[in-house]
Design a protein around this ligand. Structure first.
Ligand code: BTN
Length: 283
């Protein structure tokens, strides 16, 4: 049986929004190089705080550490949120963790609603976070986040938070096939990308207020740690200054990963160019 095509576009995305400011200015592209690239142009042209750029297909989707982000059409959610926060440059990386938890909660909310529509009462899918910003379900990556900053005279001009969520079933390259998955495969329900965006932005907007008021992540540390797939596991920290192993304990109030080394010392690992791997595989 072929499923009816999901209506997708600017009108549908705007109808679903529940936010006050996030996504209230929204542009949609059938095909674009990268929503982060387009959002950068819009931000340079003065786009307001909360503007969102969405695409159905990216021809040059960008990932962390100079990697590409596979972005086929009619399958996934690709968007970039433009922010103009009054925070210090060194606080900006925490926005990625705020978005990670917003995505995890937004996904769970969307899946729960889809399950209820399908007559199921149990929450079938548990989203977890692989520090700092990969969302994983059943040990496979479903979402990545790429945050980019523009700094003028040592102050933040704007922040771009780009999010790619794998939604519909698709073929993955040999390199990704064992570590990537999609939300529909994980939960078994049809997921509407417009509902998903609306839920993620609503979660983000709520937490953004607490974050900008406090300037730290104390308010979500417990929730983040509960979702942290690495917690209590041995990890390998791939730091360009030298790799090391240790036990991941959770995050600090400012979003670093706390890793206990064999000698008992606890390192606070700052995201930057550092990656963390499970010692037996991706998580
Ligand atoms: C990662 O490497 O895990 C981050 C991937 C981020 C991909 C998203 S898709 C929407 C936005 N536009 C891009 O070009 N990249 C981000």
């Amino acid at each position: 049986m072929t499923l009816p095509e999901e209506p997708y576009g600017e009108k549908r995305l705007c109808e679903k929004l529940k936010t006050k400011w996030a996504g209230r200015v929204l542009s949609f592209y059938e095909e674009i190089d990268s929503t982060n690239v387009r959002a950068k142009q819009e931000a340079e042209d003065g786009a307001e705080h909360g503007t969102v750029v969405v695409a159905d297909h990216q021809t040059a989707g960008r990932g962390r550490c100079g990697r590409t982000w596979n972005s086929p059409s009619a399958k996934n959610l690709y968007f970039t949120l433009i922010l103009r926060p009054s925070i210090l440059v060194e606080q900006a990386s925490m926005l990625t963790l705020v978005m990670a938890i917003a995505v995890a909660k937004g996904m769970e909310k969307t899946v729960t609603a889809a399950a209820t529509m399908g007559g199921e009462s149990e929450m079938p899918t548990r989203c977890q976070i692989k520090w700092p910003n990969d969302i994983v379900v059943n040990g496979r990556k479903i979402c990545g986040i790429l945050t980019e900053l523009s700094i003028v005279e040592q102050q933040i001009d704007y922040v771009l938070v780009g999010v790619g969520i794998n939604v519909k079933k698709q073929e993955f390259s040999a390199e990704l096939v064992d570590k990537a998955s999609t939300l529909e495969e994980a939960c078994g329900f049809v997921i509407d990308r417009s509902d998903l965006l609306a839920n993620v932005l609503a979660e983000f907007e709520e937490m953004y207020v607490s974050f900008t008021q406090s300037g730290n992540l104390k308010f979500l540390r417990k929730a983040y740690d509960e979702m942290l797939v690495n917690r209590g596991r041995e990890v390998c920290v791939l730091d360009p200054k030298g790799e090391f192993r240790g036990m991941a304990l959770g995050i600090s109030d400012t979003g670093e990963l706390l890793v206990k080394r064999e000698n008992g010392s606890v390192e606070a690992v700052y995201a930057g160019e550092v990656s963390v791997r499970g010692i037996y595989g991706y998580v």
